[in-house]
Design a binder for this molecule. Structure first.
Ligand code: OAD
Length: 243
């Protein structure tokens, strides 16, 4: 392979941890204090919609606080997109909007977006107000109870999977940043990228169940690892070859 032309990057909760947003599975993570079945499944929403509205209203409120801002890892990926000669696609599992606030344009939110809501009747997507619940009338059908968080719950299909798969197969370099690699299908993206001939690199605070499968691993905080890695990429210091 001569050059790196297409870079795809998968990000997870670890990239937003230093911006003050809880991860899911670390100590004090979101899934330590909540039952996934209650707040992140269609069945949970059917059983107790008010609990689910409350959970996401709280998350949205937290995200809108002044102290929650993109960190150097988000900024570095946006710089990579701006300055890299080839194409850069970020596929994020995160529902926060920190990548776009950092300036990332070519971005897929595969698990949805906290700042959006969706009508279950029309599937139309709207910017979410700070607070909405089962009493909020839907902007399109005016019905209360038709709005849900625009979030992919367990048992639902992540967004844009066809595009994601073809982009991964067409990559020269795949980076996995700040994810535990425990949630399918994101957990197998490295395989699709490798299948297409990409070099695969994991950058995470600690080793994960998938670390051995990557061509290279770097361990540390995203805000410390990613900026230096991006500088190396921009100056051509990352070899596309698998050593
Ligand atoms: P997890 O909470 O499972 O994993 C976060 C990973 O980030 C862990 O491996 C941490 O070691 C690492 N990490 C923590 N702090 C870090 C830092 N400062 N720098 C770098 N890495 C750090 O979160 P995800 O892998 O994103 O889905 O979880 C995947 C999906 O599971 C989420 O999108 C969510 C959840 O259930 C849905 O809700 C559909």
């Amino acid at each position: 392979m001569e050059n790196i032309k297409n870079i795809t990057i998968l990000t997870g909760a670890g990239i937003s941890a230093e911006s003050g947003i809880s991860t899911f599975r670390d100590q004090n993570g979101l899934w330590e204090n909540h039952e996934i079945e209650d707040v992140a499944t269609p069945e949970g929403f059917q059983r107790n919609p008010e609990l689910v509205y409350k959970f996401y209203n709280q998350r949205r409120f937290q995200l809108s606080q002044d102290n929650i801002v993109p960190n150097p890892a988000h900024m570095a990926l946006a710089k990579l997109e701006r300055e890299f000669s080839g194409s850069v696609l970020v596929i994020t599992q995160n529902v926060d909007d920190l990548h776009e606030r950092a300036g990332q344009k070519n971005l897929i939110h595969m698990h949805g977006e906290l700042m959006k809501m969706r009508c279950v009747a029309s599937n139309k997507i709207y910017k979410a107000p700070n607070f909405f619940d089962g009493d909020t009338p839907c902007p399109c059908c005016q019905e209360a109870g038709n709005l849900r968080p625009h979030i992919v719950w367990f048992g639902e299909m992540p967004f844009q999977m066809d595009k994601i798969q073809s982009e991964l197969l067409n990559s020269d370099l795949f980076l996995s940043i700040g994810t535990s690699a425990l949630v399918y299908p994101a957990s197998i993206f490295y395989r699709w990228a490798a299948q297409g001939g990409a070099k695969t690199i994991e950058l995470n605070l600690e080793s994960t169940v998938a670390s051995d499968r990557f061509d290279e691993n770097f361990q540390g905080k995203a805000s410390e690892l990613v900026p230096g890695f991006v500088e190396d990429l921009l100056s051509g210091n990352i070899s596309p070859e698998v050593s």
